[in-house]
Design a protein around this ligand. Structure first.
Ligand code: ARG
Length: 469
């Protein structure tokens, strides 16, 4: 078997070594980035006078053919292709002959793989960000179409105060907006070109990493060759952004599971977005929401695994770094599977707004408003809290419907306190900035839609820039 390093070795690698160390099965996904990086490197070699015009043309043509073969599936991999970089270089050399053998001049797989993975990460973060924006769009559309429907807001999963359903949906949408910012920040962090760092120390040849970085469409170039080949911070940051996104999707999933239960009965899933049971004929299960919740564990595992891989590594490149790719690819794949499914589930789900309103209209949901009614009459809040708390305690002994009577009989309250028990009154009264009532939520929804428009414009601009590079 012919390896890239055969000159120094009497014997080829053991099959077990190859079986353990081969990364081709997963780093094939870097193929287009590897070819793009190689072409930029070839142009750099030409500018440095290390390839003449004919050689340059021959190698670029070979790289184009390799790209076509890889895209069409015609590319034939050899057992000696331990990774995508080896495969591409091997095929270029077959096609371009001696000129192809000059491709790897002044380059190492160490700077090459870092370059490829940075390009891949930058693009993936934008792709995931766009899928998140799609989910936010669904949440905002549902927030608009549910109007002034309301449900109990919970703390400690105990009914606390009523909130508009739109407010609840938008709470998730804003959190997802921060995820998009984190994803794009991770993409920007990846946007530094390591090409020209060589194996670890740069080159004695007259290469110009600054020009190559610009040629390859990177925003910046590495400052330190050791750092350039050993830095995987950008992967860890991407995995963190994906993990926190996963945590948010998990919380949304958990709520959907709860709300679909008969106990809550707030949400009914469209048949296309639910699953049945192989044994229990009556079942309609929220598997999408459960998997959205379940994937978070895996995403966090991918982040944790990479951090542990990195923690003991001396400078510069170590083969351990090959372990960076599978967790990254997996986390991106998982969220790209979850996001459209959750979007579809939410776009088609039915909200039982009567049941929500019933759950949010118990007398005790007026408790805070009763205390605030007393505050408006000059009672210190702590005293008001105690007065209302005592009435609630008595009403629980006397039974449902008695709180309104107790308030009516109490000397503490004005006659209009009874209005606070009117269905929907408690949510209507929450008017402060960012609050849960119709007036405040209408303003919030406008702000959110403007935020989403700006986010979309930013994502589209990034997609356009990346498709040029
Ligand atoms: N396949 C390797 C990786 O993913 C890249 C090559 C560097 N290998 C090496 N022995 N220097 O990190």
């Amino acid at each position: 078997m012919s390896t890239l390093w055969h000159g120094r070795f009497d014997d080829g690698p053991a099959p077990e070594l190859m079986a353990m160390s081969v990364s081709l099965p997963f780093d094939r996904r870097l193929a287009t980035d590897d070819v793009a990086g190689s072409k930029a490197h070839v142009r750099g070699l030409a500018r440095a006078g290390l390839l003449d015009a004919d050689e340059t043309d021959a190698v670029v043509a070979a790289l184009d053919q390799v790209a076509e073969e890889l895209a069409s599936g015609a590319f034939v991999f050899e057992p000696s292709d331990e990774d995508i970089h080896t495969a591409v270089e091997r095929r270029v050399t077959e096609l371009a002959g001696p000129a192809g053998a000059k491709l790897h001049t002044g380059r190492s797989r160490n700077d090459q793989v870092a370059t490829d993975l940075r390009r891949w990460t930058r693009r993936a973060m934008v792709e995931v960000g766009s899928a998140v924006a799609d989910l936010q769009t669904v949440l905002a559309a549902r927030a608009r179409d549910v109007g002034d429907a309301y449900l109990p807001g919970y703390t400690h999963l105990q009914r606390a105060q009523p909130v508009l359903l739109a407010h609840h949906l938008l709470a998730h949408a804003w959190a997802l907006g921060r995820d998009v910012e984190r994803l794009l920040a991770a993409g920007e962090r990846a946007d530094v070109c390591p090409l020209g760092a060589g194996a670890l120390a740069g080159s004695s040849l007259p290469l110009d990493p600054v020009a190559t970085a610009a040629d390859l469409g990177f925003s910046a170039v590495f400052d330190n060759s050791l750092d350039a080949v050993s830095d995987r911070d950008f992967v860890a940051e991407a995995l963190f952004a994906l993990s926190l996104l996963g945590v948010h999707l998990s919380r949304l999933g958990e709520e959907l599971v709860l709300f679909c239960s008969e106990e809550f009965g707030f949400v009914r899933l469209h048949d296309s977005w639910a699953t049945g049971s192989s044994m229990l004929p009556q079942k309609k299960n929220p598997d999408v929401a459960e998997l959205a919740r379940g994937k978070a564990g895996r995403l966090i595992g991918n982040l944790t695994g990479l951090l542990v891989t990195l923690k003991g590594l001396p400078l510069a490149y170590n083969r351990d770094l090959q372990e960076d790719k599978e967790p990254l690819f997996d986390s991106v794949d998982q969220v790209l599977a979850v996001l459209p499914a959750l979007s579809g589930l939410l776009a088609t789900a039915t909200f039982d707004t009567d049941r929500m309103a019933d759950a949010a209209s118990g007398e005790t949901t007026a408790a805070t408003d009763l205390a605030e009614h007393l505050v408006e009459r000059g009672v210190p809040f702590r005293d008001a809290h105690a007065v209302v708390g005592a009435l609630v305690r008595r009403s629980l002994e006397e039974g449902d419907g008695s709180l309104a009577d107790l308030v009516a009989d109490s000397e503490h309250f004005a006659a209009d306190a009874g209005d606070l028990f009117v269905r929907g009154a408690a949510v209507e009264r929450r008017r402060t900035h960012g609050g849960a009532g119709p007036v405040a939520v209408a303003e919030q929804l406008q702000r959110f839609e403007a935020h989403l428009d700006a986010e979309r414009a930013r994502l589209e601009a990034m997609v356009a820039t990346l498709s040029e590079g």
